[in-house]
Design a protein around this ligand. Structure first.
Ligand code: SF4
Ligand code: SF4
Length: 215
């Protein structure tokens, strides 16, 4: 729903009460940059941090460019949840990687639209969960614009990589090959090291040199 100037002014006073709901129910789509930052900070294997979900598990029908073609089908990369909670949500309902948290967590739940000239023309709340906020805070327009720009930029870069990946998978299909795994996708994004060559090729390297006298 669009909001008038008064509502924008009101919503700019949004204050998060820290209930933790947005770290429980909604799944958070990640970018490769988010994941890279979390991996550098925690030293955890990226495959332990993410889950690849289908369109039945996440409401992103209107964003087909967020889906990567993997061996198991089209999937969106999200931050893993355990027992209905983000893996980084502490027992005190606080984020344990707050300084390194994904950009999607930083922008939630404010969804601003800026004009070309940089004027805030619309401000909405993302309705992904019950959000018991207060309207006694202060959000500077400058911070909102800068965060929004960072988020849009990271998302655009990531989706360009997804498009490249999907093109690669379509080419494999035309050549009669199956789509690659989620791990190969992470390697393509540069978040994990590519797998070492298969054992068969190293076994081949260990064969004795050819001896014509034995033929
Ligand atoms: S990374 Fe932190 S802020 Fe983001 S969903 Fe998880 S616990 Fe919440
Ligand atoms: S649901 Fe709303 S109030 Fe609760 S932690 Fe998230 S942003 Fe804050």
């Amino acid at each position: 729903m669009g909001l008038g100037e008064m509502s924008i002014a009101k919503l700019l006073k949004f204050r998060c009460t820290g209930c933790g709901n947005c770290c429980k129910e909604p799944l958070l789509p990640l970018t490769d940059e988010d994941l890279g930052r979390l991996v550098s900070h925690t030293g955890t294997d990226p495959m332990q941090l993410v889950k690849f979900v289908s369109k039945d598990e996440i409401d992103m029908d209107h964003e087909p460019e967020g889906f990567a073609s993997l061996r198991q089908g089209k999937r969106v990369m999200v931050l893993k949840h355990v027992l209905g909670r983000c893996i980084y949500l502490g027992p005190d309902d606080r984020c344990s990687v707050y300084e390194e948290r994904p950009l999607g967590c930083r922008v939630f739940p404010l969804d601003p639209t800026f004009s070309r000239s940089g004027k805030l023309v619309r401000l909405q709340l993302i309705q992904a969960t019950e959000c018991p906020y207060e309207l006694d805070g202060h959000n500077s327009l400058r911070t909102l614009a800068s965060l929004n720009q960072s988020y849009d930029g990271a998302m655009l870069r990531y989706r360009t990589k997804i498009a490249d990946w999907n093109r690669l998978q379509r080419r494999r299909k035309r050549q009669g090959q199956t789509a690659q795994s989620a791990r190969a996708f992470l390697a393509f994004l540069g978040v994990v090291a590519p797998r070492k060559p298969a054992q068969a090729s190293s076994a081949r390297r260990r064969l004795p040199p050819f001896d014509p006298s034995t033929t």
